[in-house]
Design a protein. Structure first.
Lengths: 368, 457
């Protein structure tokens, strides 16, 4: 899609593809955990292993790893794709297993760094990284993913455009009957991401609770993952999806034109994947090189061009970057603040209190 | 200090050293002060955050309940991006919620009400500042105590402390620089009179012995006065020397003029008998003059303070006998009875034989010349002494000291030079001996005694 892609020699690209195809053909991908391996090319240098644990699906992470492996062929990469929960728990069990952790569970990643579990990265790229997208030099936000709504064209045709939360609220309040059971959103009780968005939205505006009540009134379906919601939307079970991860939606809905992705105009939450190097990383040198690449211009370029994750690097512009999204939505973007406020999200009592409130608002109609 | 020892360097060292110590102490104190100030400022954050949390604590479902305000935690983190920890602890010390099991504070609270205790803790390898708020629920029935513990890492505090300290550092360094400049100026000013004194001494005519006239601070004025005293002594010494030279030339001129007159008188005559008579007289005069010149020479030598001859052990008895042997015939011719009285146990003193022999010779000669009939050399042993007694006319006690001055004569006659006793005095001083003049035996005559100290140099 971009002219740079042609700058790679077709041969090397072909070789890379063949290699990966070969690797995938071998039983490297287990059923329990998806993983990718790039063996080090023996060219004299001592091979250095690098273990990355990420909550980032293989199609999205592959271009990143490909590029890195081309630049550093002596590093034997091993990427494990885990869910955020497994990733976190696995780290607590074996803090010296992975060299880099990438996860979209921002509070958990933040908590690890806050507890001193991360080691700092002091490179020019780290110093240039925007302050709002890092915490100290230990925790780096590497992606910029808006939380979006997905609306079926049928709804737009019948009830008009849905451009904002306010529009959605109006739609639900007026047409709740016709949308009964056809709206889907995260269940904050079982989904960490859904809970995080709920807590952020409730902080942004008390009207969120009206929205929750309206969702409850429309007997909205509750899902655990964005994938689940997308599936239902594609199948036509749901007509409106609320709070989906934009990056996944963009990729999955590329060939489903009847489903329109709406980046809300009034406010748009933005979630970010946070990367850190554990203090006890077994191969810190390779880890630093990878993280430096990830927040460097090269890694961010790949991120913008070949993935829907959204690049943050301030010097990058054009499609797939935070700068482009900012131009489009400007003030409405609300990136989740990378700060101690995230710790409150993890507070058990807080969670209990929020979920209680959420359930109460969601089931308000029943009490009437 | 050996090389380069200088007053200004000494002053500088002794003033700079305390200054440096003082400066370091000030810097240290400034550092502690900066830390305290930074802690005070940042402790307000702990206070506000713990209060914000405590206000949200409720009693719900028979237990403590907290709806944690995220802002309370964000309060604890400044631009320095501190690590933040909190916990809510019930009356039994059980953690209700929180992200860290922070330790409690054992200190007794000042009062039972809401209290807040701060302290620095080391927690899991992190250096934290902790605030523990002890308070209680204020509900209608229930007064349940609980503790809110908040802590954050020290980056913000350290940065502020360093900033405050740097500001202080600049001030203290500026003060130190000023102090050193003032010190250098003060030392220069204080030592300026010394330079003036040196210049004044250096620019003097080397021949003048006039006193220094110079306004100086008290300490240096004492030095100036001491120098002036020395100069005054030197003036007196020089006056003495000039008088001595004048006297000596006068003494030498008189016999030489006599010789010249006598020769001229004889040349006018043709009688060889007269010539012979004149020659005899001239021979006597010239030999006397030669003796005078010799006496002058030895007196000059004795008066030289840098003349330090080698002293050898001498027997006083042997000296006395030798003197008698030498002068006996001359005395005998003049009808003078010369005797000696030695001691049984010989006494030895360190001395110069020819000088003591000269002294005895002078004394015997004087006695003979001034009309003594009996002269006795007496050796004493306790303390060691040599004395010459005579039965001549003697000298009245009031005039005895005067006799020691060169060219002073009791009577005006041509025979004596007036140097004899002065030379004896000089010899006595060379030997560290005392010259004592007293009346002779039976109250008549004169006794001149050289009293040696027991262990003369």
């Amino acid at each position: 899609m971009s002219p740079r892609r042609t700058s790679m020699t077709p041969f090397s690209r072909l070789a890379g593809r063949c290699l990966i195809a070969l690797l995938l053909a071998l039983p490297f991908t287990t059923h329990a955990t998806q993983s990718l391996r790039y063996p080090a090319t023996p060219n004299g240098d001592a091979a250095s292993p690098l273990v990355i644990h990420g909550a980032l699906d293989l199609p999205q992470v592959r271009p990143l790893l490909d590029a890195f492996h081309r630049d550093h062929p002596h590093i034997a990469l091993h990427y494990r794709n885990l869910t955020t929960l497994v990733l976190h728990e696995r780290f607590l069990q074996a803090p010296a297993e992975a060299d880099v952790l990438i996860s979209s569970a921002m509070p958990w990643q933040y908590r690890l760094a806050n507890d001193g579990q991360a080691q700092p990265l002091d490179t020019p790229a780290a110093r240039r990284w925007p302050a709002w997208a890092r915490w100290r030099r230990e925790l780096f936000a590497v992606t910029f993913e808006p939380i979006v709504m997905v609306v079926n064209e049928a709804i737009i045709e019948r009830f008009g455009e849905v451009r904002s939360h306010a529009d959605l609220l109006t739609l639900l309040e007026r047409r709740g009957e016709s949308l009964r059971g056809r709206v889907v959103t995260y269940d904050p009780a079982i989904s960490g991401a859904g809970y995080t968005y709920a807590i952020e939205e409730s902080r942004l505006s008390p009207r969120y609770w009206e929205l929750v009540a309206a969702l409850g009134k429309a007997e909205a379906a509750l899902a655990e993952t964005t994938g689940e919601m997308l599936e239902g939307l594609i199948e036509g079970r749901y007509l409106v999806g609320y709070n989906l991860l934009g990056s996944y939606a963009q990729e999955r809905l590329a060939d489903h034109p009847q489903l329109k992705i709406v980046v809300p105009e009034d406010y748009t939450l933005v979630t970010q994947r946070l990367a850190l190097i554990p203090r006890q990383a077994p191969h810190p040198e390779a880890a630093r090189r990878f993280l430096d690449y990830l927040i460097g211009e090269r890694g961010q370029e790949v991120l913008a061009r070949d993935t829907p994750l959204g690049a943050i690097h301030p010097s990058l512009e054009g499609p797939g970057t935070a700068a482009a999204l900012r131009r489009q939505r400007g003030e409405a973007l609300r990136p989740i603040t990378l700060g101690p406020g995230l710790l409150a999200t993890l507070d058990d009592l807080k969670r209990e209190a929020l979920l209680t409130r959420w359930r109460r608002e969601f089931t308000r109609r029943e009490r009437r | 200090m050996t090389r380069g020892d200088s007053l200004s360097r000494r002053l500088l060292a002794w003033l700079l050293l305390p200054l440096l110590v003082l400066g370091s102490l000030m810097l240290l104190q400034a550092w502690f002060e900066a830390r305290r100030t930074a802690d005070r400022a940042f402790d307000r954050l702990l206070e506000a955050a713990s209060l914000a949390i405590a206000e949200q604590v409720q009693w719900q479902d028979d237990r403590l309940w907290l709806d944690l305000p995220p802002a309370a935690l964000e309060m604890l983190a400044t631009d320095a991006e501190e690590r933040v920890f909190y916990s809510l602890v019930d009356r039994r010390g059980r953690m209700i919620t929180g992200n860290a099991e922070l330790p409690g504070d054992d200190r007794e609270a000042v009062s039972d009400d809401d209290t807040l205790l701060y302290r620095d803790i080391a927690w899991q390898g992190l250096s934290l500042r902790q605030g523990v708020r002890r308070t209680r629920l204020e509900e209608w029935q229930l007064r349940e105590p609980f503790e809110v513990r908040v802590a954050h890492s020290r980056e913000g505090r350290d940065a502020l402390a360093a900033e405050l300290w740097r500001a202080n550092l600049a001030m203290i360094l500026a003060m130190a620089a000023l102090a050193i400049v003032a010190l250098l100026l003060a030392i220069r000013t204080a030592l300026a009179p010394l330079t003036r004194l040196r210049r004044a001494i250096r620019s003097r005519d080397p021949r003048t012995l006039a006193p220094l006239e110079l306004r100086l601070p008290r300490e240096l004025a004492e030095l100036r006065d001491t120098v002036n005293e020395l100069l005054a002594r030197m003036r007196r010494v020089r006056a003495n020397q000039e008088r001595f030279i004048g006297d000596a030339s006068h003494q030498l001129r008189t016999p030489l003029a006599g010789l010249s007159a006598r020769a001229e008188l004889a040349l006018r005559q043709d009688d060889p008998a007269r010539w012979r008579e004149a020659l005899v007289a001239m021979q006597a005069t010239s030999s006397r003059t030669a003796r005078l010149a010799m006496q002058l020479l030895s007196l000059t030598r004795l008066a030289n303070p840098e003349y330090r001859p080698e002293l050898t052990p001498l027997s006083l008895n042997a000296l006395a006998r030798e003197a008698v042997r030498e002068h006996w015939s001359a005395c005998h011719r003049a009808g003078v009875d010369l005797g000696v009285e030695t001691v049984a146990a010989d006494v030895e003193i360190p001395g110069i034989d020819w000088q003591l022999a000269e002294a005895l010779g002078n004394l015997i000669d004087n006695a003979r010349r001034y009309g003594a009939r009996h002269v006795t050399i007496r050796v004493g042993d306790r303390p060691p002494s040599l004395a010459v007694e005579d039965d001549g006319p003697g000298i009245p006690p009031a005039r005895r000291l005067l006799m020691l001055r060169p060219f002073h004569r009791d009577r005006d006659d041509l025979e004596g030079s007036g140097l004899g006793l002065a030379i004896v005095d000089g010899i006595a001083r060379t030997h560290g001996a005392r010259l004592v003049m007293s009346a002779g035996p039976g109250g008549a005559g004169l006794r001149v005694t050289l009293v040696f100290s027991g262990d003369t140099p």
